[in-house]
Design a protein around this ligand. Structure first.
Ligand code: CUA
Length: 311
């Protein structure tokens, strides 16, 4: 959050720094006077304890000062806060804004691009916005309990609340991969509900979109791995576009291999990790909603081989 890369993040950062400076100055002044007084008027050896210091009653100047200055500070902070909140929450996105729907689940993120007909998980790809015209606009929803999305470099936290739609927008000024996480306790695997925002140059982003829009080709012959996918019941929760597998409960797997992580950020997406994950997801992510399977040997290899074709 100390490296803000979007307009909302910069607004929040500037506001936070201003308030930090004001409260820091107050702290320094109060603590300074306090420490000075403690040392200057400490008990001395020749102090018999009976002398009373001079008693001062009423001082118009001092009272005016400690009334007026705090009021001014409150007005400044209130004004700056109102302007910042207005800027961050500005809910009228420019025309070219890209819309993304982010849905919180226990314990992963569903990411949909309604205009591009893309469904993915745990990774939000957005174009770099060299001007505010190409901002990305998120609609935040929840499928179960309250979650909260926070990508520190890209802006403050916004909750995902059941039966409600919240919004946030980002316009990253440079490409990069930015980690975020769920910041509202949502269950046992709350801490492992990570997300990545991949900000790409517009041409790279367009390539990603084109690749994600592809359905998986209809095979002339069903592979052993596809049979396994069906017989093990993977399709009950997971969808693969272009096939009959259309589960809606878990992450869409159409382009699983394009993602860097599995399990919402707990494991790198490697064949060995996929295998371990399929056999016992509870090992890497105890309490996650995916059950383990009894697959082993060739059956497991076939299934992983099939998943690896989902580029
Ligand atoms: Cu989702 Cu915490």
């Amino acid at each position: 959050m100390f490296n803000p890369l979007t307009t909302p993040a910069k607004t929040e950062f500037n506001m936070a720094m201003l308030e930090f400076a004001i409260t820091g100055a107050i702290f320094a002044a109060v603590a300074g006077v306090l420490i000075y007084t403690m040392i200057r008027y400490r008990r001395r050896r020749d102090d018999n304890g009976r002398q009373e210091p001079p008693q001062v009653y009423g001082s118009n100047q001092i009272e005016a000062a400690w009334t007026v200055i705090p009021i001014l500070i409150v007005f400044v902070i209130a004004g700056v806060s109102a302007r910042s909140v207005w800027g961050v929450e500005d809910a009228s996105p420019p025309k070219n804004t890209m819309h993304v729907t982010v849905i919180g689940h226990q314990y992963w993120w569903e990411v949909r691009y309604p205009f591009y007909n893309i469904v993915t998980a745990n990774e939000i790809h957005v174009p770099v916005s060299h001007d505010r015209e190409h901002a990305s606009y998120f609609e935040l929803k929840s499928d179960d309990v309250i979650h909260s999305l926070w990508i520190p470099e890209l802006g403050g936290k916004t909750d995902l609340i059941p039966n409600r739609v919240n919004h946030m927008w980002i316009d990253p000024s440079e490409p990069g991969i930015f980690w975020g996480s769920c910041t509202e306790f949502c269950g046992v695997q709350h801490a492992n509900m990570l997300i990545q925002v991949v900000a790409q140059e517009p041409e790279d982003f367009n390539k990603w979109v084109a690749a994600q829009q592809q359905a998986q080709p209809v095979p002339t012959e069903i592979s052993d791995g596809q049979k396994r996918f069906q017989m093990a019941g993977c399709w009950a929760c997971h969808a693969v576009k272009g096939t009959r597998f259309n589960g809606k409960i878990g992450p869409d797997l159409t382009h699983l291999m394009s993602r860097r992580q599995i399990g919402s950020g707990v494991l790198d997406n490697t064949p060995a990790n996929l295998q371990a994950w399929i056999v016992d997801p509870q090992q890497a992510k105890p309490g996650c909603l995916m059950p383990g399977s009894k697959l082993a040997g060739k059956n497991l290899d076939d299934l992983v081989a099939y998943l690896e074709t989902l580029k």
